[in-house]
Write a protein that binds this ligand. Structure first.
Ligand code: ADP
Ligand code: MG
Length: 716
């Protein structure tokens, strides 16, 4: 073993270009570069995505279906055949070891090569996934190692790299076979892993009982001492844990420092004068719930403090976040500053605008909508008003974050998250003023693992109570063929004086024809199904004023049944509505369905949600609808959503600001995230951390990983 270098030296060594590795020529270099691998460090963290257990050679009779297995056999037959069903030629080799036979198949092949390689009587070691079609077991494109005259034992001792052990299987890289990949990565690991030094303070490594970084890297590539429960599919085990911890630790350390940095920056110390908040409270037709008051109290504390607020308010659909945001906005306005409200979509921005505008007008204040669909002239006009301070509150999409938008004095930014904005967007908003307060609202509860990474730099408030008098919503999944039953239920409710929604999905490719579908449906429903009632129509193409009047009419019970596209996802608030029917429900995401369903169950009457499942619904779609039928708990829905779709999809886009992990997986490694976070936050709170020499390595690594994203002046 070479002497352990310092972290700084280790960092230099790991930055060695792969070109300097023996045996890596220009062609290979190109292939590696294409896969994003340029340095030794890149290669070290290019971990196998699964493993193959070649410790045990099985008898053919004992091969397990669906598993990667290794066995020895002798070729009984070899040749090209024609599959009438697939109308294709394939190459087939039948192999036996006396216990049973198995069929090897190639769909893409060089015939001459296979023919020469697998003559009748040839003995070889084969590896591959065992499949079964009817009575015959087969393997497609197996790996093989010709034994020739050699015994199995001989081969195993001669090629210890590829036999008799657990082997890494690397993510496929074009032009690179597993065998060559193994060779290169092994070489890099043997040569450089011993120099890898963790920049995590030693007392934390010890407390968490983590494997050393060099051992962890080596074991992940070449499991020499796998634990009994080592998972071939994921590689989960102590070695991987050490790398995951490392990754989470630095993420959380950055978030912790960001939070600390923000707290220490000077901000606006607002006065709570009650000038507008009190009249609003008197105008509201209800009393705030305990949870709302509690969260509002936390927000007030933050706003009064001389540092910028950075707070996330989490509350399930219908928990009453809007009024809390409105109160916060009024405090900012009382202090002669402006407020920006940012929504993820145009439709949501419009909805928010209508709500805020309503209340603000009553208080003699001015709100404006910065719509993305404004022409250049109107846009310039709106921007002028914002700059001149002629408006108190601006609502818009990310258009508000664009360059031309300048505020006279921005005091508070409210982001209605819907988990689509990330750390970066918050930074841009912050720079629109002099350290304004930031309030992030999220309706869909975000599983803790995600909120810790995405919102780790925010303080959290939870509205964990629904306004009183709500009754649970009964949800049913309805096959298309039973739509009539849904109509009957709606009719019954309408006859009792309730109101209902029928929602149609939008599909991007044919937005227009879908709108037509909703419009046509509204007509048919009016004339044929609900002729005794008044049917209204609402969709995204309707002008804002008209939309407002349709919504007003629905609110005033002039419309009984509202046919709509997802316009109503958020914002519509009619407690008398007791049924929601969703057509093609499987086309909606879980979060969206949850939002939609939140439009009913707002009054004291029993409410229903009918999810119409089309006959072509996918398996995933069915699972989603099942989740909806089983629970109304937003938190459980979010977890299920995350499970079904995975973190990237769950968050919508990469924009979401979800960090790219090299090793960690948010779904699998949630527990590790908690402990990494605890340690990281504790370290960040240590007053010595930013200055003491013993933390220099940790600080250096932090800067490496976070770079400019951290925006902390100098912690070097
Ligand atoms: P969300 O958290 O989903 O944004 P909203 O702010 O739209 O919820 O509020 C949902 C509904 O609850 C609205 O009709 C709102 O007027 C009503 N509401 C909010 N707070 C209360 C309360 N304390 N008591 C009764 N109703 C309330
Ligand atoms: Mg809302």
């Amino acid at each position: 073993m070479p002497p352990t270098p310092t972290y700084q030296r280790s960092r230099e060594l790991l930055a060695t270009p792969l070109a300097q590795i023996r045996g890596v020529g220009p062609r290979l270099l190109q292939i590696l570069a294409k896969a994003g691998l340029n340095t030794v460090e890149d290669a070290l963290y290019h971990l196998p995505h699964r493993y193959e257990d070649r410790r045990e050679i099985r008898r053919i009779a004992q091969l397990r279906e669906g598993r990667q297995e290794v066995f020895v056999g002798e070729v009984l037959a070899s040749g090209e055949t024609f599959t009438p069903k697939a109308r294709k030629r394939i190459y087939e080799v039948v192999v036996s070891d006396g216990s049973a036979q198995v069929s090897l198949k190639w769909f893409h092949y060089r015939k001459d090569w296979l023919k020469k390689r697998f003559c009748v009587g040839t003995r070889a070691v084969f590896t591959g996934e065992i499949k079964r079609f009817g009575p015959i077991r087969e393997i497609h494109h197996p790996d093989s190692e010709i034994l020739g005259d050699k015994s199995l034992e001989q081969v195993m001792t001669e090629d210890p790299m590829n036999f008799g052990r657990i082997l890494p299987v690397y993510p496929l890289t074009e032009g690179l076979s597993q065998k060559v990949a193994r060779k290169i990565f092994k070489q890099v690991v043997d040569e450089f892993a011993p120099f890898a030094v963790s920049p995590i303070p030693p007392h934390i490594l010890k407390k968490q009982e983590l494997l050393s970084l060099s051992l962890a890297l080596a074991e992940c590539h070449w499991p020499e001492n796998p634990e009994p429960d080592f998972d071939l599919e994921t590689g989960a085990g102590r070695a991987r844990s050490a790398l995951v911890f490392d990754e989470f630790f630095f993420l959380e350390l950055g978030l912790a420092l960001k939070r600390r940095g923000v707290v220490l920056e000077p901000g606006i110390a607002f006065d709570v004068t009650h000038k507008y908040t009190r009249p609003l409270a008197q105008m509201l037709p209800y009393r705030l719930t305990g949870a709302q008051r509690h969260v509002l109290g936390e927000i007030k504390q933050d706003m009064m403090a001389p540092h910028p607020m950075n707070r996330l308010v989490q509350g399930d659909v219908g928990s009453g976040k809007t009024v809390v945001a409105l109160m916060a906005a009024l405090i900012a306005i009382e202090n002669h500053t402006q407020v920006a409200v940012i929504a993820p979509t145009e439709i949501l921005a419009e909805q928010h605008f209508l709500q805020f505008h309503d209340w603000l007008e009553k208080l003699g204040l001015r709100a404006i909508l910065l719509s993305g669909s404004l022409g250049p002239k109107d846009k310039a006009q709106v921007q002028d008003k914002i700059r001149a301070g002629e408006v108190d509150l601006v609502v818009g999409t990310h258009a508000v974050l664009q360059q031309g938008v300048e505020f006279k004095k921005l005091g508070l930014g409210i982001i209605d998250e819907q988990h689509r904005f990330g750390v970066l967007q918050r930074g841009i908003l912050r720079r629109k003023g002099e350290n304004p307060d930031i309030l992030v609202m999220t309706a869909t509860p975000i599983p803790r693992t995600l909120s810790l990474t995405l919102y780790g730099d925010l303080a959290l408030s939870v509205i964990d109570e629904l306004p009183p008098g709500r009754t649970p919503i009964k949800t049913r999944v309805l096959a298309e063929s039973r739509r009539e039953e849904g109509y009957r239920l709606i009719k019954k409710e309408l006859e009792q004086g309730r109101q209902a929604y029928i929602v149609y999905p939008l599909v991007e490719e044919s937005e227009k024809s879908d709108l037509l579908a909703a419009a046509a449906a509204a007509e048919t429903l009016q004339s044929e199904v609900f002729s005794d009632h008044k049917v209204g129509l609402l969709h995204g193409r309707i002008k804002p004023q008209e939309k407002e009047s349709v919504m007003k009419a629905f609110k005033n019970r002039e419309i009984d049944l509202l046919v709509a596209t997802t316009v109503i996802e958020v914002g519509i608030d009619v407690p008398n509505a007791s049924v929601m029917m969703v057509e093609h429900a499987e086309r909606f995401g879980l979060a969206q369905l949850h939002q939609l369903r939140g439009r009913v169950g707002r009054g004291a009457e029993k409410s229903y949600c009918l999810l119409v499942q089309s006959s072509r619904c996918s398996q995933d779609g069915k699972r989603r609808l099942q989740v909806m039928a089983e629970t109304t708990d937003g938190f459980r829905i979010a977890e299920a959503d995350l499970e079904i779709r995975g973190p990237g999809e769950f968050l919508g886009t990469r924009q979401a600001g979800l960090p790219d992990f090299r090793v960690a997986n948010l779904l699998r490694d949630g527990r590790m995230l908690e402990s990494a976070r605890t340690e990281a936050f504790r370290l960040a709170e240590n007053p010595e951390f930013l200055s003491a020499a013993k933390y220099a390595d940790t600080r250096l690594a932090l800067m490496d990983r976070w770079g400019s994203r951290l925006e902390l002046a100098s912690i070097g």
